[in-house]
Design a binder for this molecule. Structure first.
Ligand code: AMP
Ligand code: MG
Length: 418
C-alpha cells in the first residue's frame, strides 16, 4: 500500500457511520414534521405512522368463481338442484332460499347466508329441471372469506417507508383517502467557483459550466426533497458567508460543491469554520476524496468535491443515505452488490475503494459480466452516461485482469431510469 498517499484517509463506512451518528431525523419531532396529505399526492412520500386497516379485506365472504352456491346437505348423488335465484357482484342475494335448491353466483358476489361452497360452472351440467353437480364438493370451496387478505386494525404498512406503486393501490383498496407523511426535507444548494457559468450562457475565457448544481438538483428531486437553489456563489469571503447564512436559515440540509479540497487557497473552509462546526474529510474512495460534513447554526451541511464525477459519487454514496436518515426513511437500504466477471482489465492502485463506472450484462451462458466504460478520470462525466453500474473495487486491490471476479452495484433511479 502506498502510505504517503493514503495516510489520514477515512473509509466510506467510517464516514457514513459518523454522518448518521451525528444527525437527527426530522421524525424526532413528529408533530412539527408530519403532514396529512391526499393519497393521490403521496407518491415518493415517507409514512410518518403505521397505516392501519379500517376494514376487513375482503369485507364479506364472496365467490372466487362463476358458478353455483350450494348447501352440502342438499347434495346427494346425481341429484339435480333447481336454481332459486341469482347473486351478482355488488348485489347481495335477497329473499328465500328453499331447501334442495342452489343459487347462481358470479365472481366477487356476496355468498348467500347458509351456503357451504361454490361449485364452478365447469363442474356442473345444466338441465331443463336444474343443475347437476359432476364433481365432489368440499366445505368452503371457492369461497373467499371475510378478512382473509387483511383483518381490520392490522398494520398494513409500517412507518418509515417510501410510498409508491407497490403500496398505494393497497392503501386505496382499504378506502383510505389521506395519509400522514413526513414533511419534505428542505435542501439548499449552491456551487462555488469564479470559473462557473450558468447553462445557456456563453462561456468566457477560463469558464466552465456549472454541472454540479444541476446534477445535485436532479438527484434531490428524485429523492423527493424540496430544493432551494441559491445559484453560483463567487469565491469571495463576504458573498460566501452570506450564502451560508441564507441557506442555513431556510433549509434542513445545505449542500455546496467545490472549495473543499485540502490545502487549497479557497475561502470555503475559512468561512465554514466561522459559521459552523465542520469536519473536512479525506475519504478513501475514488473518485471523490475531499468531503466536508457538519452542522451550521441550524442546518446540517455537506460539502461535495468540485469535480462533477466525484460530486455525484459522494452524493450517491454518502448524501443519499444521509437524506434517507434525515427524512425518516428507515426502510431505505443501500444498493445491492452483485458478483460479476470483468471482461476487460481494470486499472487500479491500492489504497482507496474505487467506484469505477461499468457496463454490466448477462452473457449467453447466463452469467453476469461487466466491462469498463473506459477513461475513469474524475472529469469524465460521460462514464456515467455510458455505464449502468459501479464496479466496486476493494481498497487494497491493485490492477485487475480480464476474467477476474469483481463486485458491481447497478445504478439506481438517482442515476438512471430503467
Ligand atoms: P474545487 O474543489 O473548487 O477546486 O474544484 C475542483 C475542480 O472541479 C475544478 O476543476 C473546478 O473547476 C471543478 N468544479 C468545481 N465546481 C464545479 C461545478 N459546479 N461544475 C463543474 N465543475 C466544477
Ligand atoms: Mg473552486
Amino acid at each position: 500500500m502506498d502510505h504517503c498517499h493514503t495516510s489520514g484517509l477515512i473509509s466510506l463506512e467510517q464516514a457514513l457511520e459518523k454522518l448518521l451518528a451525528q444527525t437527527v431525523p426530522l421524525t424526532a419531532i413528529p408533530l412539527v414534521t408530519t403532514e396529512t396529505i391526499n393519497l393521490t399526492e403521496s407518491t415518493g412520500r415517507i409514512t410518518a405512522t403505521d397505516i392501519i386497516s379500517p376494514i376487513n379485506v375482503p369485507p364479506f365472504d364472496n365467490s372466487a368463481m362463476d358458478g353455483y352456491a350450494v348447501r352440502l346437505a342438499d347434495l346427494n348423488e346425481n341429484q339435480i338442484l333447481p336454481v332459486a335465484g341469482k347473486v351478482l357482484a355488488g348485489v347481495p342475494f335477497q329473499g328465500e332460499w328453499p331447501t334442495g335448491s342452489c343459487i347462481r353466483i358470479m365472481t366477487g358476489a356476496p355468498i348467500p347466508s347458509g351456503a357451504d361452497a361454490v361449485v364452478m360452472q365447469e363442474q356442473t351440467e345444466v338441465t331443463e329441471t336444474g343443475v347437476c353437480f359432476t364433481h365432489p364438493v368440499k366445505q368452503g370451496q371457492n369461497i373467499r372469506t371475510i378478512g382473509e387478505d387483511i383483518t381490520q386494525n392490522a398494520v398494513v404498512l409500517p412507518q418509515g417507508i417510501k410510498l409508491s406503486t407497490a403500496q398505494l393501490p393497497l392503501v386505496a383498496s382499504l378506502g383510505i383517502a389521506t395519509v400522514d407523511v413526513v414533511r419534505k426535507l428542505k435542501v439548499a444548494i449552491f456551487s462555488t467557483g469564479d470559473e462557473l457559468q450558468a447553462i445557456g450562457e456563453p462561456l468566457q475565457a477560463g469558464q466552465i459550466y456549472d454541472t454540479n448544481r444541476f446534477a445535485v438538483r436532479i438527484m434531490l428531486e428524485k429523492l423527493d426533497c424540496e430544493v432551494i437553489d441559491l445559484g453560483v456563489i463567487r469565491d469571495d469571503p463576504d458573498t460566501l458567508r452570506q450564502a451560508f447564512i441564507e441557506a442555513d436559515k431556510q433549509a434542513d440540509l445545505v449542500i455546496s460543491s467545490g472549495g473543499v479540497s485540502v490545502g487549497e487557497a479557497d475561502y470555503t473552509k475559512q468561512i465554514l469554520d466561522e459559521v459552523g462546526k465542520i469536519s473536512f474529510w479525506k475519504l478513501a474512495i475514488k473518485p471523490g476524496k475531499p468531503f466536508a460534513f457538519g452542522k451550521l447554526e441550524n442546518a446540517w451541511f455537506c460539502g461535495l468535491p468540485g469535480n462533477p464525477v466525484s460530486a455525484v459519487l459522494t452524493f450517491y454514496q454518502l448524501v443519499q443515505p444521509l437524506i434517507a436518515h434525515l427524512s425518516g426513511f428507515t426502510a431505505w437500504r443501500p444498493p445491492m452488490r452483485l458478483t460479476a466477471k470483468t471482461t476487460t482489465p481494470l486499472k487500479k492502485s491500492p489504497g482507496r475503494l474505487d467506484f469505477q463506472r461499468g457496463i454490466a450484462a448477462i452473457n449467453k451462458n447466463g452469467e453476469l459480466e461487466v466491462q469498463t466504460t473506459g477513461h475513469q478520470g474524475s472529469h469524465i462525466f460521460s462514464s456515467y452516461s455510458l455505464g449502468n453500474c459501479f464496479i466496486v473495487l476493494e481498497r487494497e486491490r491493485g490492477h485487475i485482469a480480464a476474467g477476474e471476479t469483481v463486485q458491481i452495484e447497478f445504478f439506481n433511479h438517482l442515476l438512471k431510469n430503467q
